[in-house]
Design a protein around this ligand. Structure first.
Ligand code: GDP
Length: 196
């Protein structure tokens, strides 16, 4: 159970993140995938992660302390159509440094919009994580938005793609921030990750 969640710090420089003295789990995904809504649902606080951050705004790595025990990290989303090259390069440098150097990182949840068929940008990001041995799990979002059969169909297509890339299924979760779907399962998985 997540009983307590407090904001710690925002950074544009991964080198300034808090001392890596406790376990850490990060959330990332395409902009608008529902990342802020999912984090807020998981920590039982509506306004903790800011929803709908606009393109062009400073992209930051946000640390939250959970249950006085571990860090939850909200990473800036990828795939804004309108960002310029400089912003894109800034994101890439910040995120690749964070994901490859953060020594206390136990898991990265890559959020995937369950309304859509497999998106190239998500597959490319996952492939990069695979080559860098970044430990990932998939979190399909917005499952309440369409029929269960449509959600299942999109998820199966996505898993087919990841099987082609990695030869096995990743850990994955089906969620809805709206309906709190997946909350129990994801919370249990996070608690296992941080106590390993
Ligand atoms: P972020 O940019 O990834 O942080 O995405 P947000 O959390 O701001 O969500 C983007 C939009 O999708 C907002 O309008 C949310 O209200 C909506 N949204 C997010 N999660 C869900 C969900 O589980 N169900 C539904 N129906 N809408 C959602």
């Amino acid at each position: 159970m997540i009983q307590k969640a407090t904001f710690v710090i925002s950074n544009s420089n991964p080198g300034n993140c808090p001392k890596p003295d406790r376990a850490e789990i990060a959330f990332i995904g395409r902009s608008n995938v529902g990342k802020s809504s999912l984090i807020n649902m998981l920590v039982n606080q509506k306004g903790l992660a800011k929803t709908s951050q606009k393109p062009g705004k400073t992209q930051l790595i946000n640390h939250f302390m959970i249950n006085d025990k571990w860090y939850l990290v909200d990473l800036p989303g990828y795939g804004f159509a309108k960002v310029n090259l400089k912003v894109k390069q800034g994101w890439e440098s910040m995120i690749t440094t964070y994901l490859t150097k953060r020594e206390n990182l136990c898991g990265v949840f890559v959020l995937i919009d369950s309304r859509l068929p497999p998106q190239q940008i998500d597959l490319e990001f996952l492939l990069w994580c695979g080559t860098q041995e970044v430990p990932t799990a998939l979190v399909f979002t917005k499952a309440d938005k369409q029929s269960k059969s449509k959600t299942d169909q999109n998820i199966q297509k996505f898993l087919q793609k990841t099987r082609e890339m990695f030869g096995e299924n990743p850990d994955y979760f089906v969620t809805s921030a709206e309906a709190s779907t997946g909350k129990v399962e994801l919370t249990k998985f996070m608690e296992e990750l941080v106590t390993e």
